[in-house]
Design a protein around this ligand. Sequence first.
Ligand SMILES: NC(=O)c1ccc[n+]([C@@H]2O[C@H](COP(=O)([O-])OP(=O)(O)OC[C@H]3O[C@@H](n4cnc5c(N)ncnc54)[C@H](O)[C@@H]3O)[C@@H](O)[C@H]2O)c1
Ligand SMILES: [Zn+2]
Length: 356
Amino acid sequence: MEIVNVDLKDYSYPIYISNGILKDTGLYLKKHLRSNRVLIITDSNVSELYLIRLENSLLNNGFMVHHSIIKAGEESKNLDTVKHLLEECFKFGLLRDSAIVALGGGVVGDIAGLVSALFMRGIDFIQVPTTLLAQVDSSVGGKVGVNLKEGKNMAGAFYQPKAVFVDTDVLKSLDKREIRGGISEIIKYGIIKDASLFNFIESNIKEILDLDDEKVRHLIKRSCEIKSDVVSKDEKESSIRAVLNYGHTIGHAIESLTKYKKYIHGEAVAIGMYYAAKIALNRKYIDIDYLSRIRSLLVASELPVDYENLDKYEILEGIKHDKKNREGKIKFVLPVGHGDADIFDVSEEEILRVLK
Ligand SMILES: NC(=O)c1ccc[n+]([C@@H]2O[C@H](COP(=O)([O-])OP(=O)(O)OC[C@H]3O[C@@H](n4cnc5c(N)ncnc54)[C@H](O)[C@@H]3O)[C@@H](O)[C@H]2O)c1
Ligand SMILES: [Zn+2]
């Protein structure tokens, strides 16, 4: 088993990574939780596959276990679901020292985290992420929240879990497209922070796509280390944490212009990473060989590098609406050499020059 420690002083927590850890979660949780009353929040897909395994592990270790199942999908990520779940917490008699365990992808983790932060001003929260994206990204870093009709993730909080349990076995049932979406975020970590991670994915992409356990575990561990390192330096995203948004400026614009239907998140980010790298090339921060390596790796990962049927002025408007742009400036994370990136102000002309 691999353990990555997220170092946040009083709020530090471990990420346990291993194949099969789901069945041992109850054992480990004994040392992380204050009481034995637990509510598992999961979704309608994941509950069919893994709820019994997790419940048994908790029951065998003396926990009193309840569960709430929400409908799978981003549509559930709203305040109505939060209200319903808070009522469930009361119904099951949860107290201030009880805990909520999120079993599922980023949607379940984001909602359950917010419910944990709100119920009685905050109860213990445990993440059991079951998608690759959740294992390498959303379960680490403490951002929790739901969508409003005004925008994605517009009602939320920073709320750290007490522990994260990553079971690589559960990835076997995940849709291949979702796997590739997670790989997109892992490539992002390689580009912004770790050239050897980038090289590793390049050399092993076939085995990774086939979910070779040892290689996937290595990727998850490195990704969690990189994200937790960035988060521990800047928990509330005042500065350096923003480097994690590489590929997301154009990516978010493309997702929203296509109404979150045509591309999954990691696909839009892949396109965004390629275009941001083109801006970096024009500024001579990277050379053409590196740009083509980025492109080839995304293509080998069966991710898109280009958008279709979108106008460049539409994309520019979409970028300008992004909540991360302050004071009218367009902030972009750009690679500056291998395994390094920084945040820059980019002009509209520069963006239009690389877009089709
Ligand atoms: N908090 C953060 O820092 C952060 C970071 C990135 C993304 N997010 C959020 O994460 C969400 C996306 O997360 P996601 O991609 O995990 O989506 P998701 O939670 O919707 O999961 C994708 C699909 O896979 C199913 N599923 C989950 N695990 C499975 C498994 N092991 N086997 C089979 N099916 C499984 C789910 O039921 C769902 O249908 C978005 O709402 C996004 O805003 C949050
Ligand atoms: Zn992302």
